[in-house]
Design a protein around this ligand. Structure first.
Ligand code: FE
Ligand code: FE
Ligand code: ZN
Length: 279
């Protein structure tokens, strides 16, 4: 089964997101848990969640992928910024229990001059503060493009964080195709090699979701500028190989391409048409 959808707007609630996704031809989606710049989250309406659950069951949705605000920096140098990251993640995880068993992905952070090692420690520290035995959500570290002082631009850095996390069964990785390409992993000419490296360093069983994006820039550019599918330097063929790869079968593929719903509908249809999995 191919689970594919796009990052959609959460302001109207879960049922509206599911309806939009059905209209777009999707069966999973991603959304910001609150204003992407941070701030207070809207209260979740249990009735809205009930409608969403019914829609998602009826339409055989896969797991959905909540996204933390991208301003959150778990390895900021300033303590008040780390407090904000900790409080936001803890609050998000609590709220996500209204829709149990899904994913919560976040950008590990930027070490802003403290060095990668210090960054890795701080990120793990916050994860150790917020992860609980009772949670049913898996928290996903996103692979980053390595822009500026971003932590998570290499598989080794993600492994470094994971090694320091106590509740290892509560975490995983979300692979962003634009980010890994910009980070220097050649998924165009050597997808098997990149996934082999991922398996050796992180373990493919920890790969829980993919952000499916083309990239405006070249291999190793460390830029992080997403392009529409087939309109960047990764290209349609390579991205189709990603969705068809047996090692990635059954995980959610999320489009974060610069589109409107019409554009996502077209991309989802084209990718579904090209998909050659066994279903
Ligand atoms: Fe992201
Ligand atoms: Fe992403
Ligand atoms: Zn990005």
């Amino acid at each position: 089964m191919l689970y594919i959808g796009n990052h959609t707007t959460s302001s109207k609630g879960y049922a509206a997101m599911a309806r939009q996704m059905i209209q777009n031809g999707g069966n999973t989606f991603a959304f910001f848990t609150r204003n992407p710049r941070g701030g207070k989250a809207k209260a979740i309406d249990p009735k809205d969640v009930e409608i969403y659950r019914a829609l998602s069951e009826e339409n055989h949705f896969g797991k959905i992928v909540a996204h933390a605000p991208y301003t959150l920096n778990a390895c900021a140098a300033k303590e008040n910024l780390r407090d904000f990251a900790r409080e936001t993640m803890a609050d998000d995880l609590q709220r996500l229990e209204m829709t149990p068993g899904n994913y919560y992905n976040f950008h590990p952070g930027s070490h802003v001059g403290q060095g990668t090692e210090a960054g890795i420690c701080r990120i793990a520290e916050i994860l150790n503060d917020v992860l609980t035995d009772g949670q049913t959500t898996t928290v996903l570290l996103e692979t980053m493009a390595g822009k500026g002082s971003e932590v998570g631009g290499t598989f080794e850095e993600l492994r470094g964080i994971m090694d320091l996390v106590e509740k290892k069964e509560k975490i995983g990785v979300c692979l962003d195709t634009c980010h890994v390409w910009d980070g220097g992993y050649d998924i165009v000419n050597d997808l098997d090699g990149v996934l082999g490296t991922f398996d050796r360093i992180i373990g493919l069983s920890n790969l829980k979701a993919v952000h499916l994006n083309d990239s405006l820039n070249g291999l190793g550019s460390h830029k992080d500028r997403h392009a529409k599918i087939g309109e960047g330097q990764i290209g349609m063929e390579a991205l189709v190989r990603v969705i068809c790869h047996p090692a990635l079968s059954g995980i959610p593929f999320i489009l974060e391409t610069p589109n409107d719903d019409e554009g996502w509908t077209r991309e989802i249809a084209a990718l579904r048409k090209a998909y050659t999995g066994e279903d």
